[in-house]
Design a protein. Sequence first.
Length: 452
Amino acid sequence: MAEGKDIALMEKIVSLCKRRGFIFQSSEIYGGINGFWDYGPYGTRLKRAVEQLWWREMIELRDNVEGLDSTIICHPRVWQASGHLDQFSDAMCDCRDCKARHRVDQMEDTGVCPNCGSSNLTEPREFNLMMKTFVGPVFDEDHAAYLRAETCQPIFVDFHNVRVATRQKLPFGIAQIGKAFRNEINPRNFTFRSREFTQMEMEFFCDGAEGMKWFEYWKEERLKYYREKLGFTADFMRVYEHEKLAHYAKAAIDVEVKFPFGWGELEGVHHRGDWDMSRHQEFSGQDLHYMDHDSGRKIMPHVIETSVGLDRTILALLANAYDEDVAETNKQGQNTDVRVVLHLPPLVAPIQVALLPLSKKLNENAKQLYHDLNRYFRAEFDVTGSIGKRYRRQDEIGTPFCVTFDFDSLNDNAVTVRDRDTMQQERVGITQLRAMLDEKINISDASRKECR
Ligand code: GAP
C-alpha cells in the first residue's frame, strides 16, 4: 500500500454511501455517467447542514460579507476575461495500447502509461475543461455559451451592483454557493474529481496595501473553522504553501486533508491581486474602480479568495468519520460484533437524534416526543428491527444520540439517551432532554439556524 493510501477504506465509504443513502452514481439504471453523483436522503441532509454552516459562518455572522446567487450561464465574454476559454485546459495523452487517457501533470513518469506500463503514448494534447451549450434556438458559434467553471466570476462581475445596493465600503466580501461544471478528463476518486460539483466561494475585496493582512486573516479563519466546526485535527489536515504562483497571484495556500487515496486539496485561500477586476474592466469596457471618498483615491480592488468544494468537504467528513470498532466481546474475549460507525460532528450529522420506542405499544407516546424534538434538531423516528439493529443503523449514518422510550418512560417521564461514540447510556428526564441535546450538539443561540 502506497504511503497515505487506503483503498479498502475508500471502497467501504463508497459502499456505505450507497447502502445508507448518502451518495449514488447518477443514472445508475442506465449504467451510470462518469463524474456525476446524486445525493440520497442522508447525503442531502449532510450536504445541506454543511452548506448552511458555511453560509452562517461566512455571511450571516459577519457584517462585511454579502451573499449572492448568480446564474450558471453568463455572458461568454466573462470566460474570455477570466482566461478560461484560452487557458483552462489540461494536457492529456492517450495510451495507444490500453486506450487509457491520462493527465500529463498527474503521471509520475510521462513516458509510461500508469495503467498498463506501455510507452506507446500519443503526444500531449490540450483539452479545454469548459462545458459548452447554446442559448436560443440556433446551435451555432454565435449562440455558444458555457456552464460556469467556478462560482467566483459572477461575483467579480456583480461587484458594483452589490456594493451600491448594500452601501458596503472596502474592505468587504461577496460569497456564493452553487454548481460549477468542468469537463474533467479523468473524473476519479469518488466525488473528489467530479464533472458537476458545488463550490462555496468568498471573494474579499480590499485596498492592495492591505492585501497580505487580509490574506493572513482569512487563512486563519478558515483553518479555525475546520478545527472548531468540523473537528479536523492536525493529523488529518495540513497547509500546503504554493511556491510557484499564478503570474497575477501574490500568495496562495491550499488546505489539504487526508483522503483515503492520499492527501488532497480541499480549499484554496488565494491573494489574487487586482487581476480579476482589471480583466473584467478591460473586457467589459466599464470603469470598475472603487472611489474611496475618505482618501479621494480611485482604487482597483484587490481580491482575497477562499474557495472550497462542498462535495470534497462531504468526502473529507466521511473519511474522517468512518470507523470500525468492537461493540461486543464474548466470554473468551473474542470480538463478536464489529460496529461500523461514522463519528460525524453532531452539528452537521444528517440525523442528530433518533427516537426509538422499545415496543410498538409505545409508538404513539414516543411519536409525540419525536415531533417535539424534530422542531429543534434533525430527528428521525425509527421503529423497525430489534433495538440492537436500530443502534447499528444509526451508528452507520452517524447519529450522535439515540433516545429510547420504554414502558418506564410512561411513569417516570424519562428516557434513555445513548451516546454514539462512547455507547454509554444515561437516564434523562424528558423536560431536560432538549437542553441536554442543545449543549451536547453544541448549538448555541448564534448557530441555532445552522442545525436545521
Ligand atoms: N475560484 C477558484 C477555483 O475554482 P479551484 O482550485 O479550481 O479554484 C476550488 O477549485 C475548489 O473547488 C477546490 O479546492 C475543490 O474543493 C473544488 N473542486 C475543484 N474542482 C473540482 C472537481 N472537479 N470536483 C469536485 N470538486 C472540485
